[in-house]
Ligand binder design. Structure first.
Ligand code: UDP
Ligand code: MG
Length: 322
């Protein structure tokens, strides 16, 4: 039985046939240079291009250091990482993207921070190479998350991160369906830290996060780690109720004491507009409750989070054969 790896690198892959050759060419030399026993776990998230075939070729080239988990369909980046965590055996686990936006050469920085005793190391993209829209949206979401959750991190979108084996195992064991791994890791970490890492433009292909998927992902983050949106609504409801009581007393008092033709309150009192405003808030609140209820529904059905079609690895090793 060969010795277990010290480092597992988990990489979710979805339609990345254009980036994979470059990734292989840079990742393996960077890991060889670290001088530790490592394994790379690629999770093919139901790619519809040649990604699975390329991963198989790479596994045949480097079977001792490569393992491939093949999903039968597309379940999303975060479930793919969870599957990687379930299959990894290293003492330390590093996650990164397949599109070379996270330079593999930066892994050594994360490991150095772990050597210093940290159990979770988050990457912070020094100079982010994405569209201006993504950068602004990320900044806004980072700020919102800082305010309404207890998760403190500088760059929630950076997937170049290192986790201790215990944290990776805790994430794999938590049966959450809609989750956001960088945040979840913070709830398990006892001594987290962050390091600056470089960031590059996408090597090839385009982002898999169009606006709609980005909004869904951020709902996962907010609903997964905060009840503040729900609580805001009860606060808002109480405030509106109190204000309308005050307004009612004021308006009636005014009508009783002043002559009709100077009824200034009527100028400000537009019931239709107020009603539209309140209906809008109500629908938004209802939708927000729906976001939580929908997730509870997913969770109570307790379906498997994903289905693995096959795992490519050397024979004689159990998936969690530690
Ligand atoms: N990814 C995935 N499943 C998906 C979407 C993305 O496994 O449904 C992977 C993708 O292959 C890449 C990583 O997640 O390795 C990040 O995706 P992408 O680069 O498209 O996101 P962005 O950098 O634009 O945030
Ligand atoms: Mg990317």
């Amino acid at each position: 039985m060969p010795e277990l790896p010290q480092l597992s690198v988990v990489i979710p892959v979805y339609n990345e046939e254009a980036s994979l050759p470059d990734l292989f060419a840079r990742l393996y030399p960077a890991l060889d240079a670290l001088g530790v026993r490592y394994e790379v776990i690629f999770v093919n998230d139901g790619s519809r291009d040649r990604s699975a075939a390329l991963l198989r070729e790479q596994w045949e080239r480097r079977p001792a250091t490569t393992r491939v988990v093949l999903f039968n369909a597309n379940y999303g980046q975060h479930p793919a990482i969870v599957a990687g965590f379930e299959h990894c055996r290293g003492d330390r686990v590093v996650t990164m993207d397949a599109d070379l936006q996270n330079p593999p050469e930066e892994i050594s920085k994360l490991l150095a921070a772990m050597d210093a005793g940290h159990d979770y190391v988050g990457g912070v993209r020094r100079q982010r190479e994405d569209s201006w829209f993504r950068r602004i949206a990320s900044k806004a979401m980072n700020r919102l998350r800082e305010r309404i959750t207890r998760i403190r991190m500088t760059d929630q979108g950076c997937m170049l991160r290192a986790y201790s084996r215990e944290i990776a195992a805790a994430i794999a064991a938590s049966r959450e369906i809609s989750t956001f791994i960088p945040a979840l890791a913070y709830t398990f970490a006892s001594n987290p830290t962050e390091v600056d890492v470089a960031h590059s433009e996408r090597a090839a292909g385009k982002s898999h996060y169009p606006l709609y998927k980005l909004i869904r992902l951020n709902f996962d983050l907010i609903t997964g780690f905060s009840l503040v949106p729900l609580q805001l609504f009860s606060m808002f409801g109480m405030l509106v109720a109190a204000l309308s009581l005050v307004a009612y007393v004021g308006v009636i008092g005014y009508r009783l004491y002043f002559v009709e033709w100077r009824d200034a309150a009527a100028v400000f009192w537009d019931r239709d507009i107020l009603a539209f405003f309140l209906i809008g808030m109500l629908l938004f609140g209802l939708g927000l409750i729906g976001e939580y209820v929908g997730r509870i529904y997913h969770q109570v059905r307790a379906r498997p989070r994903y289905m693995v079609r096959a795992v490519l690895e050397r024979p004689g090793k159990e998936p969690d054969g530690r």
